[in-house]
Design a protein around this ligand. Sequence first.
Ligand SMILES: Cc1ncc(COP(=O)(O)O)c(C=O)c1O
Length: 395
Amino acid sequence: MPISERLSRLGSGVFARNDERKSAYRQRLAAGPELLDLSLGSTDLQPPAAAIAAMAAALERPESAAYCMHGATQPFRQAVADWAAKRFATAVDPDTEVLLLVGSQEGTAHLPLAVLNPGDQALLLDPYYPSHMGGLHLASAEPVLLPLDPTRQWRPDFGALSPAQWDRIQLMVMGFPHNPTATTGEQGWLDEAVQKALEHGIVLAHDNPYVDLALDGEAPALLRNPAWRQCGIEFFSFSKSWCLGGYRLAFAIGASWLITALRQLKGVVDFNQSLALQAGAIAALQQAPHWPEQLKQVYRLRRDRMAAALQTAGWPVRLPSMALYLWLELPPKARAKGFNSESFCAALLDATGVCLTPGNGFGPGGEGWVRLALVHPVEQLELGAARIGLWLAQL
Ligand SMILES: Cc1ncc(COP(=O)(O)O)c(C=O)c1O
């Protein structure tokens, strides 16, 4: 049966490859230690009870079962506009500048289809979040990679592209705090990107699901730069700040022409999330705006303890400035043995049951690195580090 060229460009994806490895491991679990899955940013921490209660109550109402047209999302959009006004001191028009999404991944993956023509160029930071590249492939756009360099603390070097190269770019995708490098970043970096976008007529998409999860420094936000209304769109999510990842709730705030374009595209694809899910999202924004604060304390403890445990296990760790992930260079011993990020993760899982994400799944700039998600209690993380240490010692 035929499949499209764009689908074959997508490849299998790092999370799908990891899933296969985990399934294979589970099938022969009797022979090894229990699986410790640290490969996904899917948290074990709980959402606010008020959000779940609001969803449960709304489930009883018949309108929750109906298709939800854009007009019906108004209360959600108003709640988002109120949240943004408090959070970033910027007025947002709920009718023209806010859009409900089925997860920020959905929004960032669909945006290129709404703003690019086939063959158009789009700039991604490398390493990048996989759906950013996936969205470009779906739109038959041409990716241009801007490598992030650890010796620059992952700060993008916008001067690496000539003015002529900038002129050819139609869309630039950024995201700080940054997955996978676990770097908070700085507002100045984003402001530089805004400047480039304005100078060269580029759409700037800022993927910001970790806006509430900076452990050191303050998370940048496009909404803090008044030019967002001219050239930008920012993506926020309920998955990380309110632990609602499975409910697939997120939103975009942006220039009205970009919101209109993405809404038109999504009109072909979906009918918005149920009113019941939106009720939970509204409750999270209004009744639990400070929920992420307590999450940060948990993640800080996990980060510090796991980093110390891995150091003890013989794996040097750079302390990340945001919550949820450690971004680890392959241990020197593993590099000396010729492992790359994919073969290292496969061998580690086989030997220890600890599953990490190979950095090459985040682009060529991720090769030589692996990502560890701090999504289990600290005791389990430390046991995982001990298993890793034993294996590394035998390498
Ligand atoms: C940078 C980035 N964007 C988007 C997502 C997906 O978020 P959502 O659950 O809102 O689709 C993630 C999830 O890990 C992410 O790291």
